[in-house]
Each structure stands twice: as structure tokens, then as C-alpha cells.
Design a protein around this ligand. Structure first.
Ligand SMILES: [Zn+2]
Length: 146
């Protein structure tokens, strides 16, 4: 009974589509993290080393014999995080801009789909006539300007 409930819940979870989105996100995130790590370790760190003579990864302090604090690696991790956060910030900004543009285009589309009416229905013969007609072309009844 409990097992069936669990499987049912799991099926709901999978079929909702969120699980697939999440899996794609995790896979892309993992690959993305690799790119950012490589960017800092293989490109930014060597450039910093060129100008400052520092290799962050090798920065460490010996505290007790063999025990070292590899604070350089910690700095690299923080730089990785900041770069990742910056890139995600730009992506979110671009997505927000695109969404705003899409919303504006959708609004414009709706306005074009529903233009102001140019005709009205004659109250006497129920025929369609121009909106500013003062006399019906079909039944010749005089009309009040609306
Ligand atoms: Zn009429």
C-alpha cells in the first residue's frame, strides 16, 4: 500500500516534466561549472600570475609541519563562484529583457487582432452598416448617432 503510493507519487513527479527540466539543468550546470573552473584555472590564474607573479592555487601557509592551509585554492573557488554568479546574472538579465520584449510584442499583436469596430448593426433590420451612418442603407431607417 505504502509502496504503491510512493511509486504513484514518483510517477507524478516524473510525468510533471519538472524532473526532466531539473535533470537537464543539473547536466548543463555541471558542464558549465567545468567551463568556469577551466576559465579561472587555465586562463585567469595564469594571466594574474603573469602580472602579479602569483599562482593562487599554490598559495598556502604551513602551520604545523605537514599541515598546510591551501587558501589559494579557496580564493580560486571564490573567484569561480563570482564568475559563475556574474554569468548567471547576465543570462537572467538577457532572459528578462527577452521576456519583456515578447510580452510587448504579444500586446501589440493583440491590439492588431482586435481593431476598433468600423461597422454597427442597424437596430431595425439587423444589417451591418458603417459605424458613422446616420441612415441605414438596407432599410433606410434614420439612426441616432451613437
Ligand atoms: Zn436597417
Amino acid at each position: 500500500m505504502a509502496k504503491k503510493g510512493f511509486i504513484g507519487e514518483f510517477k507524478d513527479f516524473i510525468s510533471r516534466g519538472n524532473a526532466m527540466d531539473m535533470a537537464v539543468g543539473v547536466i548543463i550546470g555541471g558542464a558549465f561549472s567545468g567551463i568556469v573552473t577551466s576559465l579561472t584555472e587555465d586562463i585567469i590564474s595564469p594571466i594574474l600570475g603573469l602580472f602579479g607573479g602569483i599562482n593562487f592555487d599554490r598559495l598556502s601557509v604551513n602551520i604545523l609541519g605537514e599541515v598546510t592551509l591551501n587558501y589559494g585554492k579557496f580564493i580560486t573557488a571564490i573567484v569561480n563562484f563570482l564568475i559563475m554568479a556574474l554569468i548567471i546574472f547576465f543570462i537572467m538579465k538577457a532572459v528578462n529583457t527577452l521576456e519583456a520584449q515578447a510580452a510587448r510584442l504579444a500586446r501589440l499583436g493583440n491590439e492588431q487582432e482586435a481593431p476598433a469596430p468600423t461597422t454597427k448593426i442597424c437596430p431595425f433590420c439587423k444589417s451591418e452598416i458603417p459605424i458613422d451612418a446616420t441612415r441605414c442603407a438596407h432599410c433606410t431607417s434614420e439612426l441616432e448617432q451613437s
